[in-house]
Design a protein around this ligand. Structure first.
Ligand SMILES: Nc1ncnc2c1ncn2[C@@H]1O[C@H](COP(=O)(O)OP(=O)(O)O)[C@@H](O)[C@H]1O
Ligand SMILES: [Mg+2]
Length: 255
């Protein structure tokens, strides 16, 4: 049985269809890259996976359990904009992330020393141990993004959700973040969903690259239909060459 099963998922906002008839099976440990035009519902799809939003129709089943009704620490999430707390040291940012992952949102006093030790171990892993006492403002963009990923990993999520995580980084830093993410994956079995607007990145990191697009389009009413998964590429072993494939769908696009 697949870890994540998306069954006939629809999402509508204020009567406007955003996603329609989305079906997807993801195996534990797979890295799924998600690409698609801006505004087509990629972030919405991640929020549905996170159970921050509920489907309008259909369901998402994780680990064969009934559809989740609320976010859980089983799912870590990283956004493009850094989620770090500016007024806390680098180490305390990780301790806070651990506290938030507890049912009460805080750590009892007796557990704080151990949490600080775990935070240091995570900092070693993300290459920020030497910055433990610094504040985020003193970190480079790549370091802040590593810290944000460290926060997401603190709860040891089975599913890591990355929403254009490296979009704000310069090309060199981005490549070192790719290596970092690949190393993490080799160490920790995780299922990853990553939205990216960079096709090369999507194919480089992903086992599969899925494309969200509209298959129906009404020129007189552009919001009449939602997007669905139109392609599901196998990107393992270096992936396939990804020249633009001519669409054979019956899409009416005004040009
Ligand atoms: N909470 C919301 N309420 C109403 N509309 C929303 C909400 N969230 C997203 N949308 C709309 O849904 C569409 C898809 O948004 P989003 O998932 O952010 O797209 P993407 O991440 O692919 O750029 C957009 O038209 C956006 O305006
Ligand atoms: Mg988005």
């Amino acid at each position: 049985m697949s870890l994540v099963q998306v069954r006939n998922l629809f999402k509508t906002y204020e009567g406007r269809p955003i996603l329609e008839r989305v079906n997807l099976d993801v195996e534990e440990g797979e890295f799924i890259s998600i690409v698609g035009a801006s505004g087509c519902g990629k972030s919405t799809f991640l929020r549905l996976l996170l159970a921050e939003e509920l489907p309008s129709r259909g369901e998402i089943i994780v680990d064969d359990a009934p559809p989740a009704v609320e976010p859980s620490p089983q799912r870590g999430v990283v956004f493009q904009r850094y989620s770090v707390f500016p007024h806390m040291s680098v180490r305390d940012n990780l301790v806070a992330a651990e506290a938030f992952a507890t049912p009460f949102g805080r750590l009892p006093r007796a557990k704080r020393a151990a949490a600080r030790e775990r935070a240091m171990a995570t900092l070693e892993r993300i290459g920020l141990a030497h910055m433990a006492d610094a504040f985020p403002a003193a970190l480079s963009g790549g370091m802040q993004q590593r810290l944000a990923i460290g926060q997401a990993l603190t709860a040891k999520p089975r599913i890591l959700l990355l929403d254009e995580p490296f979009g704000a980084l310069d090309p060199g830093t981005r490549i070192s973040m790719h290596e970092f993410l690949s190393e993490l994956r080799a160490e920790t079995p995780m299922t990853v969903f990553m939205v990216s607007h960079d096709l090369e990145e999507a194919f480089k990191l992903g086992d599969r690259v899925i494309v969200f697009d509209k298959t129906r389009w009404d020129p007189t009413d552009p919001t009449a239909f939602g997007a669905t998964i139109t392609y599901d590429f196998d990107a393992r072993d270096g992936g396939i060459p990804f020249q633009r494939i001519k669409e054979e769908t019956h899409v009416l696009r005004p040009h």
